[in-house]
Design a protein around this ligand. Structure first.
Ligand code: GTP
Ligand code: SPV
Ligand code: MN
Length: 606
């Protein structure tokens, strides 16, 4: 077939052959090799506007930015259509959907056949992590979605320099993505093409392949993010002795000028972006951002764990982001950004719930309908997002792209827990901390399709992202401490910004006030803050937290730091059922930790 080719094809023989094979299968009209240049990005945006996928925002208010409205049926990750196709079902474990690799390839090949007719196949060479860094990894995404290419430009490092580093190597992750809507006749393309009946987000960890079909949204389609940097990378990390985690990375500087780096695992839409760029309410403290969603961590020669952010941009939750809650996120997205499923103001800017104190009198909502305050529907989709270059963040740390990464002093685990879990709790030691990570649970959010607000276990915030058996994953975490001396390991903390009072309101003000908890953690790492041993871990007393200037009733703080022994005992049965899913692959030390917790709790509640 006569197919136009634009851009500069790679010299890498394995890559060229694979691209040809995939083009033979998908039958695009044209192939474009992405160079990652600003010219290319400008061309992508113009193309999206031309096809009706995107609209320019007002150039004074939001320079070089567009608003994209997706199909209303394609607005979030689809966990029930996500598969880990490891050679055996046991390798995928009980928390992942599984199909045998051959069977899945058979299904997908049927769907991919001719799926790009009438479209262009874009070849995106990308690096997760600074190009050429020893920790960075290369992937190639093939896609027929302009929206995906434009987002990958911001979220990863794309282009010719990646191909240069790659040389003739065959060690790269192969990702194939299609929206699954061939253009066969003369009909106009949909503004947001996606396949209404077939959606598959599939991973083949053994061969480092990703196949995604039918959706164009976020983690379903931007394959560098969850598919590569978490699901495939978690398997590589297991095999090679490192960690690929759903974690923010922040830099915390004390008034004395001492620096510590902290990571935090929170489930989707549970506060990573907010914590990563918070403005402390306590004087003299400073938070700077390294990453807001993913951390890759390896041991350095010094025995410490060093983390890099494999991404180059933020794909941040828009609703709730305001100059009060997270000014740094809003300022990051002031220009050069792609807004997806936000509402639009009359003067050509974006808006979403809680962006401003007063709601605009009239808007166009995310489904292009007129919207007025009080009309009973949200103006923006609850999973509306902004795609923004990380370097635009006013508090991005100067070392955020350091190829060596940053050394980690503490790791946080947290989720949305209206009851039981206190504001903060320090693990007694590494294995107790791994226990806490393994029993993390949180209310579901709009980041994934399905019901919102349902409590589920989400160990290490990795439930939808772990590419292998979760029981083995716990074992991998436990094994980390054997790779260095215990004093080199980060301290582990369970935090909860989301505990609610009897009135159903959050007890803790959150956001910038979370710096008070960060201060305590910082001082614990330095050995200068006190804690009391409780059955669940080490907790600050109210007087151990810096509460100067905090507008919070004393009984609220007492409640936030109360160990609810009967509440914990009431969850033990659920934890046992959660653990039972992992069968013989559950490390015995975790069962021992649970038994020890029960003994300690019974001791106090007697
Ligand atoms: P993903 O990008 O989906 O992985 O999410 P994320 O963890 O980065 O979530 P993000 O920081 O964007 O927060 C999502 C929601 O949590 C927003 O609606 C915030 O308003 C809310 N949120 C964040 N921090 C806090 C907090 O400290 N307290 C309360 N009550 N809400 C918070
Ligand atoms: C998440 O859901 O955790 C996200 C957004 O960070 S997505 O890229 O869609 O996975
Ligand atoms: Mn995420």
């Amino acid at each position: 077939m006569n197919r136009t080719i634009s851009g500069v094809p790679a010299k890498n023989q394995a890559l060229v052959t694979w691209v040809e094979d995939m083009a033979t299968l998908c039958q695009p009209d044209a192939i474009h090799w992405c160079d990652g240049s600003p010219t290319e990005y400008a061309h992508l945006l113009r193309g999206m506007v031309h096809s009706g996928t995107a609209m320019w925002l007002d150039d004074q208010k939001r320079p070089n930015s567009v608003l994209v409205r997706s199909d209303p049926g394609d607005v979030a990750r689809v966990e029930d259509r996500t598969f880990i196709c490891s050679p055996t079902q046991d390798d995928a474990g009980p928390t992942n959907n599984w199909k045998a690799p051959d069977e899945m390839h058979g299904i997908l090949d049927g769907l991919y056949e001719g799926c790009m007719r009438g479209r262009t196949l874009y070849v995106i060479p990308y690096s997760m992590g600074p190009v050429g860094s020893p920790i960075a990894r290369i992937g190639i995404e093939l896609t027929d979605s302009l929206y995906v290419v434009a987002n990958m430009h911001t979220m990863t490092r794309v282009g010719t320099r990646v191909l240069d580093v790659m040389g003739q190597s065959t060690d790269f992750v192969r990702g194939l993505h299609s929206v699954g809507v061939p253009l066969t006749g003369t009909e106009a393309d949909a503004p947001w093409p996606c396949n209404p009946t077939h959606k598959y987000i599939t991973h083949f960890p053994a061969t480092r392949e990703i196949r995604s079909f039918g959706s164009g949204y976020g983690g379903n389609a931007l394959l560098g993010k969850k598919c590569h940097a978490l699901r495939i990378a978690s398997v590589q990390a297991r095999d090679e002795g490192w960690l690929a985690e759903h974690m923010l990375i922040l830099k915390l500087t004390s008034p004395e000028g001492t620096v510590k780096y902290i990571t935090g695992a929170f489930p989707s839409a549970c506060g990573k972006t907010n914590l990563a760029m918070l403005i402390p309410t306590i004087p003299g403290w400073k938070v700077e951002t390294i990453g807001d969603d993913i951390a890759w961590m390896k041991f350095g020669a010094d025995g410490r764990l060093w983390a890099i952010n494999p991404e180059a941009g933020f794909f941040g939750v828009a609703p709730g982001t305001s100059m009060k809650s997270n000014p740094n996120a809003l300022l990051s997205a002031a220009r050069n950004s792609i807004f997806t499923n936000c509402a639009m103001t009359l003067d050509g800017d974006v808006w979403w719930e809680q962006m401003t104190d007063e709601e605009p009198p009239v808007l166009t909502d995310w489904i292009r309908r007129p919207w007025r305050p009080g009309c009973g529907r949200p103006a923006a989709n609850p999973n509306a997002r902004f795609t923004t270059p990380a370097h635009q963040c006013p508090v991005i740390a100067p070392e955020w792209e350091d190829p060596r990464g940053v050394p980690i002093s503490a790791m946080l685990f947290g989720g949305r827990r209206p009851t039981v879990v206190p504001l903060v709790c320090e693990a007694f030691n590494w294995r107790h901390g791994v226990f806490l990570g393994s029993i993390m649970s949180s209310e579901t959010t709009a980041a994934a399709a399905g019901a919102v607000g349902q409590l589920r276990f989400d160990p290490f915030a990795m439930l939808p992202f772990c590419g292998y058996h979760m029981g083995d994953y716990f074992g991998h975490w436990l094994s980390m401490t054997g790779r260095t001396s215990p004093s080199m390991m980060p301290r582990l903390y369970y935090v909860n910004w989301f505990r609610k009072g009897d009135d159903g309101k959050f007890l803790w003000p959150g956001y910038g006030e979370n710096s008070r908890v960060l201060e305590w953690i910082f001082r614990r790492c330095d050995g200068t803050a006190d804690a009391v041993d409780t059955p669940i871990g080490r907790l600050p007393r109210p007087s151990d937290l810096n509460t100067e200037g905090l507008d919070l009733p004393r009984d609220a703080l007492v409640e936030l730091l109360r160990v609810d022994a009967s509440g914990w005992l009431a969850t033990v049965e659920q934890i046992e059922r959660h653990y039972a899913r992992f069968g013989s692959r559950l490390p015995t030390v975790l069962r021992e930790e649970l038994a020890a917790l029960v003994t300690r709790l019974r001791g106090v509640s007697r």
